[in-house]
Every structure is written in structure tokens, then in C-alpha cells.
Design a protein around this ligand. Structure first.
Ligand code: PLP
Length: 409
């Protein structure tokens, strides 16, 4: 294990957990990562010493305003945008439903919306709902089951001058596929359509860059990148200012507050800031402040680790008889999330037996329901590496799957 990964692991109290006499190996990051001590400390400090509602004149309220602004600035560094373009909320799903209502008010039966088969249903259902409410045509871009890639030619053929919005995932939470978002955004913009990006599974593995992706909206969730349960929505300032989003009359109409309903999860937002600082600290010199450069250095390190782990996991699983492995091969741009099935066992049975050995992996469809349908499987075993995953843990999960597969032969 590299000294850097060793240092990262020490930050996570959850990694000290044992189950049935085995140290727990967490491969459930795509469902939600573990949380470093610093995140919990900063949340606790806020709640115990600074807790108040916003915009009043006494110290705890002023401290709350300052802390929320600092968190917004950190999230803006993380996404490469202006702090006024960052809204916080309950989670990606809730924020996307909310935004979709606003976007839908500007569309009608003369428009279409393009979504994809590869997406988590949080990037499907909100668009289905406005399509139904507003009589908008919904067009669905195909995935290619044997590669786990999006059929870009098919997607391109669906976009035309009547497309109001293209909603696409930056990365598949089921298969680890990374989509060419910039190419898709260019296609959409050439046709006058808006682009909404679900970066929930992308953000833990690739530093988002909304300017480079050239998207109009992008959503992610801090609990997938070592933070608490908070959703983050980027909106291009001009679009965010004008979208006809439901809001309370007395609430501010400025960006980003016009998108944030009610009182926010202050401690969660402060924990999100701490998670971004934690990520930045991986690549920074000791004591260096969080900056785009330190985040870039961290993600470069995380990416090289993830590439090595994915190769090891992929090779190990592919060598097993009675095991099918899905998604893009490791030589393609992908996240370190690998899905497989063990012939003759359900994904639930596999994950229960792995759990008995202290290996925590997730089963089912992970709300990427269409992906599982198109693969024609009952469910998937999803093995997701995170910043704290080691090569030894990857070998443990491969050995565990091997034993299950051998038992079935
Ligand atoms: C790719 C992807 N999109 C969206 C979501 C939904 O995110 P949230 O739980 O923040 O609503 C998830 C959650 O697993 C996800 O993996």
C-alpha cells in the first residue's frame, strides 16, 4: 500500500470496523462513501457552537452566513464555477425534480427532451414527469449492452431543433462508463437545447469542470465523495437567474438562493466544505489552502490509483469461470466501479456471502433500472473502489467471488 493511501485510510474511523473477525473492505462507495473524521468534527463544531438561522445580526447567525458562503466558495472551486452558480439542497434527486418543474414551464408539446438508457432514474423520472405534465416528447438514447457505452450516434440522431433539453449522466453508477459530455453538450447547444448533467457518480473520481464540460446544469451529491447527505446543483448564472422555478414569494430572487427552498441543512453544507478540503488535502502540501490546483493534484493521484485498482479487479474477475463482468474495459476512460454476476446465484446471494467475509458490496439495479433490463440480468454485484481502497482489498473481493463461483460449478 502506498504511504499516501495509508495516510488517507487513517482519516476514516469506519475502516477500523471488523465483521465476523474480518476487517471490513468497503466496496459500496457508489452507493455512499465512508466519511473522514474531519467532516464529522466540522459538522459537530457548527452544531455545538455556531448553530443559527441565516441573515440576522447576532454572532451565531453571522457565523452561519460566513460558513455557508465559505462552503459555496469551496463547492465553486470543486465545480470550477462562480459561487453564485452553486445551490445546495437535500440530494440530487430532489433538486433535479425541483429544477425540472422550472425548466418544464418553458417547454411545450412542440419540444422534445432527450434522456439515456444508461442513466440512474434520478436523471430519468424528473424529465418523464415534465414530459407528461407538459405534453413534451421524450426520446431515449440507447446504450450498447456488450460494451456498456452510450450509442452516441443514436443520441445525436435524436437531437434536433425542437430539443429543449438533453439530460445525460457523466458516469454510470452501475457500470462505471464515462460519457463524452462535452461532445454531447456541443451537439445540444448547436440545436439550441439546454444540457443537464448528472455527475453524482462522476464527481468522486473525476474533478468536475462545468466550464470545460460546457453544461448548463450539473448535479452531484456530497455523500458520494466523503461528505454528508447534501445535494449540489450548478446552474449557469444566466440560466439559473431566469428559470421559472417554484419559490416562496418573500424568499430572495437572487442566484443561487432562488433555487434553494426553505432552510438548508447547514451542518451538511459545512460538512460538504470539509469533504472538499479533505479531497484537496490529498494532493496538497501540508497546510496548503484548498485551491483548484490542489484539487487537480488530488484527483490526478486518485485517478492513477483508481486505474491500477480497476485493472486488477477487472483482470481478476474476468479470469473466473461462471462470472460475467459488465461495462467498459479498463483501457477506456471509466470509474473504478465494476459490475458482475455469478452464474447460478442472485446478486443478493453473492453480496450476502461476501458480507459474511467483511466485504461490503452492493447488489440489485441501484436505480439504474434500464441498464439492468438491457443487460438482461436479475441484478448486478457492484464493486466500487474509493480513495481508501487497497490492492489487497481488491484481491480479497476477487478471491471471495472466486470461491462463490467455484462452489456453483
Ligand atoms: C448516478 C447517480 N445519479 C443520481 C443519484 C441520486 O442521487 P441522490 O441520492 O443524491 O438523489 C445516484 C445515487 O445513487 C447516482 O448514483
Amino acid at each position: 500500500m502506498s504511504p499516501r493511501v495509508d495516510a488517507i485510510r487513517k482519516a476514516f474511523p469506519a475502516l477500523r470496523r471488523q465483521h465476523n473477525g474480518h476487517p471490513v473492505a468497503y466496496f459500496d462507495g457508489p452507493g455512499g462513501t465512508q466519511v473522514p473524521q474531519i467532516v464529522v468534527d466540522r459538522m459537530g463544531d457548527y452544531l455545538l457552537h455556531h448553530n443559527a438561522n441565516t441573515h440576522w445580526v447576532y454572532p451565531t447567525s453571522i457565523e452561519t452566513d460566513d460558513a455557508l458562503l465559505a462552503a459555496r466558495r469551496a463547492a465553486a472551486l470543486f465545480l470550477n464555477c462562480d459561487p453564485a452558480e452553486v445551490a445546495f439542497g437535500a440530494n440530487m434527486t430532489t433538486m433535479t425534480f425541483h429544477l425540472a418543474r422550472g425548466i418544464g414551464r418553458a417547454l411545450d408539446s412542440g419540444h422534445n427532451i432527450v434522456i439515456t438508457e444508461l442513466d440512474h432514474h434520478a436523471n430519468v423520472a424528473p424529465w418523464q414527469a415534465i414530459a407528461r405534465d407538459r405534453g413534451i416528447e421524450l426520446r431515449v438514447a440507447r446504450m450498447i449492452p456488450h460494451t456498456g457505452l452510450l450509442d452516441i450516434d443514436h443520441l445525436a440522431s435524436l437531437i434536433d431543433g425542437h430539443t429543449g433539453l438533453v439530460a445525460v449522466g457523466a458516469a454510470s453508477n452501475a457500470l462505471g462508463t464515462v460519457n463524452p459530455v462535452r461532445t454531447i453538450a456541443d451537439l445540444a447547444h448547436q440545436n439550441g437545447a439546454l444540457v443537464f448533467v448528472d455527475a453524482v457518480h462522476y464527481a468522486p473520481h473525476f474533478l468536475p469542470d462545468v466550464r470545460d464540460l460546457d453544461c448548463d446544469f450539473l448535479a452531484c451529491s456530497a455523500y458520494k465523495f466523503y461528505g454528508p447527505h447534501v445535494g449540489i446543483l450548478y446552474g449557469r448564472r444566466k440560466t439559473l437567474s431566469s428559470v421559472d422555478i417554484p419559490k416562496l414569494e418573500p424568499a430572495p430572487d437572487d442566484v443561487p438562493e432562488r433555487v434553494e427552498t426553505g432552510t438548508l441543512n447547514h451542518e451538511g453544507i459545512i460538512g460538504t466544505h470539509a469533504a472538499i478540503d479533505f479531497l484537496a488535502s490529498i494532493g496538497a502540501e501540508a497546510g496548503q489552502a484548498t485551491s483548484r490546483a490542489s484539487l487537480e493534484a488530488s484527483f490526478a493521484f486518485l485517478h492513477s490509483e483508481a486505474t491500477a485498482l480497476t485493472g486488477r479487479l477487472w483482470k481478476g474477475l474476468r479470469e473466473l469461470d461462471s462470472v460475467s463482468v459488465f461495462g467498459p474495459s479498463p483501457d477506456l476512460q471509466r470509474t473504478p466501479t465494476v459490475a458482475c454476476t455469478v452464474h447460478g446465484l442472485t446478486s443478493d446471494e453473492v453480496c450476502r456471502q461476501l458480507a459474511d467475509e467483511g466485504i461490503f458490496a452492493s447488489n440489485g439495479d441501484f436505480y439504474a433500472q434500464t441498464v439492468v433490463e438491457r443487460l438482461g440480468v436479475e441484478g448486478l454485484v457492484r464493486i466500487g473502489c474509493a480513495c481508501y481502497t487497497t490492492g489487497e482489498e481488491v484481491d480479497r473481493v476477487v478471491d471471495g467471488v472466486r470461491r462463490l463461483a467455484n462452489g456453483r460449478r
